[in-house]
Design a protein around this ligand. Structure first.
Ligand SMILES: NC(=O)C1=CN([C@@H]2O[C@H](COP(=O)(O)OP(=O)(O)OC[C@H]3O[C@@H](n4cnc5c(N)ncnc54)[C@H](OP(=O)(O)O)[C@@H]3O)[C@@H](O)[C@H]2O)C=CC1
Ligand SMILES: CC(=O)[C@@H](O)[C@H](O)COP(=O)(O)O
Ligand SMILES: [Mn+2]
Length: 379
């Protein structure tokens, strides 16, 4: 029996993680569930999976659910509650599926407690990749990728010698506005931006896909997960999201991982690694798909991807600032305070003013994250 805790259980990745756990309920036990404000869904999950501990965003929400959770389930809240679910249960694996750098302290706590990490929350690696990976190495903790591209690369590299690797290529769908010119982006709406062509995901990552920030975050995520220089990490536009990513070796062989766009496949692979189990997903029929398309990435059309490479190569707090500025800008766009193109404008202006700290301590990262958020909220 494998014991699992899920941080962000009510979100897109969280609910799909529980779908996978339910499909193989004889093999998985849910130890802890952490949510934000969706207490109706959390209670439903608590009744179904009977975790030992649950957590919600605030004390008020915790008070509201205390009388309704199953007997034997303890209720926590806030930052401390998230850490309790990450590190204070008997879970073998912690799925990090909260959105944004708010997931950093709980991810570090889970690593400190020796838990295997099923890593969806890419922002933690973008914010503090050197610290997260160093602590995982010190504790002998595995960081198993859930992000579809990174799961693909991880699978393609299985059993391979990294010295034979020429490059990895992350595929990008192009997001909701793939075929629009920059001029056409001036007046796009939140509703349009939330229509991803291939994936059903949380709001923030769906906007990130449209700005191509998501692929930028993923380039940085790949740098830390696979220990590769940025020169070996490529991005290719692939509208169908069938090839989830691929690797190329020095003998010119390319190995790719393919499948229908369904996050339950990479989630399950992280939960069952190194084994492969029957999937709740529909098998891929290449005959049905017919043809696959690829296009060179246009850095003029998607300037946020260029910025992400620049920040990644700079290192230090540059990626922390990139991420924090984006989180604030996307939240403002979703509240309809700013236009779509102002997201990249805010990121660019924040980075212009950023004073980079090359090898930041955790406290310096936290300070940079806070400072950047304050600045981005005012631009
Ligand atoms: N969705 C996808 O297909 C993919 C997502 N990812 C990454 O996975 C992460 C999660 O994405 P996604 O599932 O789409 O996001 P969602 O917005 O769907 O879910 C976010 C989750 O975080 C919870 N949450 C929010 N605030 C808090 C808080 N203060 N304390 C505890 N929990 C909180 C939410 O709870 P509530 O709803 O109860 O408020 C929800 O359960 C992101 O980092 C994303 O980039 C990566 C690859 C694919
Ligand atoms: C499902 C997943 O992993 C997302 O991160 C996905 O990659 C978004 O798609 P694009 O960023 O390619 O639009
Ligand atoms: Mn992805």
């Amino acid at each position: 029996m494998k014991k699992i805790s899920v941080l962000g259980s009510t979100g897109s990745i969280g609910t799909q993680t529980l779908d996978v756990a339910a499909k193989h309920s004889e093999h998985f036990q849910i130890e802890g569930l952490a949510a934000g404000g969706n207490i109706a869904l959390l209670l439903e999950q608590a009744r179904r999976f009977k975790p030992r501990k649950v957590s919600v965003a605030t004390r008020e929400l915790a008070e509201q659910i205390k009388a309704e959770v199953p007997a034997g389930t303890e209720v926590f809240y806030g930052d401390h509650g998230l850490i309790e679910i990450a590190a204070g249960t008997d879970a073998d694996i912690v799925v990090t599926a909260v959105m944004g750098s708010l997931g950093l302290p709980s991810t570090l706590a889970a690593i400190e407690a020796g838990k295997t990490i099923g890593l969806a929350n890419k922002e933690t690696l973008v914010t503090a990749g050197h610290i997260v990976t160093a602590r995982a190495r010190e504790k002998g903790v595995k960081l198993l990728p859930i992000d579809s591209e990174h799961s693909a690369i991880f699978q393609c590299l299985n059993g391979e010698n990294l010295k034979d690797l020429a490059s990895i290529t992350l595929t990008a769908s192009g997001g909701s506005f793939r075929d629009r010119t920059r001029d056409e982006l001036k007046h796009v709406t939140v509703e349009d931006a939330l229509k991803h062509p291939n994936w059903s995901m949380g709001a923030k990552i769906t906007i990130d896909s449209a700005t191509m920030v998501n692929k930028g975050l993923e380039v940085i995520e790949a740098h830390w997960l696979f220990g590769l220089p940025y020169e070996q990490i490529n991005v290719l536009l692939h509208p169908e999201s069938i090839i989830h990513s691929f690797v190329e070796f020095r003998d010119t062989s390319i190995i790719a991982q393919l499948g229908n766009p369904d996050m339950r496949v990479p989630i399950q692979y992280a939960l069952t690694y190194p084994e492969r189990w029957e999937s709740p997903s529909r098998p891929l029929s290449l005959a049905e798909v017919g043809k696959l398309q690829f296009r060179e990435m246009d850095f003029e059309r998607f300037p946020c991807l260029r910025l992400a490479y620049e920040c990644g190569k700079m290192g230090g707090t540059a990626t922390t600032a990139f991420n924090a500025a984006n989180e604030v800008a996307v939240a403002r766009f979703l509240r309809k305070e700013i236009s779509f193109l102002q997201i990249e404008d805010i990121i660019e202006r924040v980075l212009d003013r950023h004073h980079n700290i090359p090898e930041p301590e955790l406290a310096e990262i936290e300070a940079c994250d806070k400072r950047t958020r304050e600045a981005a909220a005012k631009l």
